[in-house]
Design a protein around this ligand. Sequence first.
Ligand SMILES: *[C@@H]1O[C@H](CO)[C@@H](O)[C@H](O)[C@H]1NC(C)=O
Ligand SMILES: *[C@@H]1O[C@H](CO)[C@@H](O)[C@H](O)[C@H]1NC(C)=O
Ligand SMILES: *[C@@H]1O[C@H](CO)[C@@H](O)[C@H](O)[C@H]1NC(C)=O
Length: 323
Amino acid sequence: MLRLLLILVVTSLTLAVPHERLLAQRSSTSIYKLVDSPVNWYEGKESCEAMGCVLAQPKSEQEYNAIFALLPTSEFYWIGVTDLDHEGRFTYDTDNQDIVYNNWDLEEPDNDNGEEHCVDISFSNTYWYDYNCNLQDDGAVCECPPDGVRGDPHMRTFDSRAYTFQGTGWYILLKDCTNKPRFEVTTKFEPREDSTPDQVRTITTTFNITVGNQYAVVNGLDVTTGSTDGQMTDDKVITIQEEDKNIKLYFTSKDTTFTFNWTLRNHALDVSYNGSFYNGKLCGLMGNADGDTRNDFQKPDGSITKDVNEFGESWKVNDKKRF
Ligand SMILES: *[C@@H]1O[C@H](CO)[C@@H](O)[C@H](O)[C@H]1NC(C)=O
Ligand SMILES: *[C@@H]1O[C@H](CO)[C@@H](O)[C@H](O)[C@H]1NC(C)=O
Ligand SMILES: *[C@@H]1O[C@H](CO)[C@@H](O)[C@H](O)[C@H]1NC(C)=O
């Protein structure tokens, strides 16, 4: 394919794009994140895997549209589709199944020079191209499991750092760390039944979302709402949707809606948000959400530690009044 012309067009566009970008974009089924630095296809795949994700495999127009809500800094990004195994037959990287959706540009895939086996997408025109897997693109689109806490607790920060922490009691999961904090979410971890004194494994049992003076506490499938100062207004800032085995809660602050999806069956609390105001302004066990995975173990005093237990314990809430 002819790249030069497109690149010239995009250079002028990128100047207008603000530096701040969405960290993640969710379709109903997946969360997409960007590797926003030059990589060949194999390096893109490795970078996604380092975040516990895979190269994106959009399987519908809806999923593909979710990718375009990411704001990249350049144009061409790899996805997890190739014909490396069978020339001309494009399959998903993770299961080798034939693709069920595509958005090829006219006359693509063209296997130019017989060397183009990996698919990249253009953020300027949304089309798909085949391209040489060993050449660098501007980045890669990854598809990730939800952020939050699942099971043991297996934690995943907003910047996609996965870790295991087994403290018991109440901890700050995420908090507004601006100088006028407005919200705080705490979770209670309790030992699982199969824990032994030598090996404690914990699960999330209860969590408390507090926004302004209002809170919603979810314990199993019981929801209690109230206010921290006894003053309850008619304006509910936390929206609660109770479904069969799921509870979804959300609230909005500044330009951002925070969404919590609680599934009791696997003690999973998925957390996501969609605005940009709080990028880098959050703190707690889900990290600072500044787009950098390496500095996620930030303690309340702002210092960074490498030790997962030191990090985890630093967010413990010592308040006997809580249940
Ligand atoms: C909530 O999580 C459950 C389990 O992971 C999933 O099946 C469901 O689709 C999610 N709901 C929303 C609204 O994200
Ligand atoms: C975030 O999601 C909410 C609810 O779906 C929506 O009303 C709002 O416009 C979204 N904000 C941004 C910045 O996308
Ligand atoms: C929920 O958390 C808030 C603030 O962190 C606290 O004031 C309130 O007492 C908690 N609610 C319950 C029922 O524990």
